[in-house]
Design a protein around this ligand. Structure first.
Ligand code: UD1
Length: 418
């Protein structure tokens, strides 16, 4: 499964470039199905989740070719409308293909995204919204069968601003008859990127990035070239690596405007943040200050995806930090492992109380999900001695060659295959 072996204690210093955003690439790759033409997507990170998305595209009949960080997706010969169970199981976010497939082919079959890592992750909001667009949905034997004679624009109110559901509606409605209005839409930067991609393809999408998105259906979409936005969660993780080690980390290509809540938390912990024209620089104090309550929220609130890396920082800060995880109910799996490294964390339901300790100590730990794995990596960098982190496959879902980036900042880190 692969391990990271980290000798902690090095103060990180240096500059790296931020990779493209995983959560923007995935829906944009799904959107390439819509136009039946050739698309060039640049700044695509090398991630296992991206590889799995390519597998889905190929299973639908698209041709995908990688040239460095660019993916060339030709969907002209796509004809499949079914995503096999093993592909759905590998990556639950494959559900965002549903809207694109039904819009192109008038039918789609996907297996229910089963299992659970960070929480229940239901898809009721996706299905309810798609039904409002005129799609007939039947669930049988663990599969979802969708058919539509024609898609018709609708007013759709989301009970919760779900990122995936907002994306699915945008994908399904951009060639529907008439106008679709999404209220209480998700406002994440990745939604803005999807909106930009669709608009550039010829779709009429307004308001992406606000809580009301209006989509006027068009007849035809065209193949285009598009550059993916930088990954704000990865950027914050590498800044956190600087913060955890009392270091100074500079990022090229980060978008500070997408990172307000996280940058404000770094500042509250005593870090200096400088936003220069093309650089974002964090200089950490010798000892981090604790945060007040950290409540995860939809954008522009504090992202659930960075909760666990900040929990590592809180573990070595002076004082006590309270975390309230409001998005996913099972996102404290890293706590047990951080505790093995000497952290003082008590969890009660969605609340975690973290009392800062003087130091963490290296231990053998196991990554149990993507961001939890990143949190353990940060803990290992800050800890005395050696830490071995098992299950790097989770980290590889979202961080392109994390050991290369951290080594470039001066970390003593290596990967083994067993
Ligand atoms: C996306 C991100 C993920 C991030 C999350 C929240 C991608 C590929 N993944 O996931 O990294 O952590 O946003 O920022 O972009 N919900 C329902 N019913 C639904 C859909 C969602 O109850 O039909 C609930 C979920 O269980 C969860 C909350 O809504 O509690 C947020 O989920 P959502 O915003 O949909 O997250 P994802 O799109 O799965």
């Amino acid at each position: 499964m692969g391990k990271l072996i980290i000798n902690g204690g090095s103060r990180l210093e240096g500059e790296i470039k931020v990779q493209g955003a995983k959560n923007a690439v995935l829906p944009i790759l799904a959107a390439t199905v819509l136009n039946g033409e050739k698309n060039v997507i640049t700044n695509c990170p090398h991630l296992s989740d991206v590889e799995k998305t390519i597998d889905v595209l190929e299973s639908l009949g698209c041709t995908v070719c990688r040239q460095g960080n660019a993916l060339i997706v030709d969907s002209s010969n796509a004809s499949g409308h079914t995503i096999a169970e093993e592909l759905m199981r590998q990556m639950r976010s494959s559900i965002i293909f549903l809207g694109a497939i039904i819009a192109r082919f008038g039918k789609a079959v996907v297996s229910m995204p089963g299992g659970c890592e960070i929480g229940n992750r239901p898809i009721d909001l996706h299905l309810k919204a798609l039904e409002q667009l005129g799609i007939h949905i039947e669930e049988e034997h663990g599969y979802i069968y969708c058919t539509a004679d024609k898609l018709a624009g609708a007013d759709i109110h989301l009970d919760f601003p779900s990122v995936g559901a907002t994306e699915n509606i945008m994908l399904a409605s951009c060639m529907a008859d008439g106008t679709t209005t999404i209220t209480n839409a998700a406002r994440e930067p990745e939604i803005i990127d999807l909106g930009a991609f669709l608009t550039h393809m010829g779709a009429d999408v307004r308001g992406a990035g606000t809580d009301v998105i209006r989509i006027e259906g068009v007849k035809k979409l065209y193949g285009i070239e598009h550059e993916i936005i930088p990954d704000r969660i990865v950027a914050a993780t590498y800044l956190a690596a600087g913060a955890a080690t009392g270091g100074t980390v500079s990022l090229r290509g980060a978008n500070a405007g997408h990172m307000e809540a996280m940058l404000s938390a770094f500042r509250e912990m005593g870090c200096d943040i400088a936003c220069e024209k093309s650089r974002l620089i964090l200089a950490a104090p010798k000892k981090l200050k604790h945060l007040h309550t950290v409540r995860t929220l939809p954008y522009p609130g504090f992202p659930t995806d960075i909760q666990s890396p900040f929990m590592t920082l809180a573990s070595i800060a002076g004082g006590t930090t309270v975390f309230v995880e409001t998005i996913f109910e099972n996102r404290y799996k890293h706590v047990e492992e951080l505790t093995r490294m000497g952290a003082d964390i008590k969890v009660d339901g969605r609340v975690a109380i973290v009392r800062g300790v003087d130091r963490l100590s290296g231990a053998n730990v196991v990554a149990k999900d993507l961001r939890g794995g990143a949190a353990l990596t940060l803990a290992a960098l800050a800890a005395d001695g050696t830490t071995e982190i098992e299950n790097t496959c989770y980290i590889d879902r979202g961080y392109e060659c994390i050991e290369r980036e951290l080594a470039a900042l001066g970390a003593d880190i290596k990967r083994t295959d067993i």
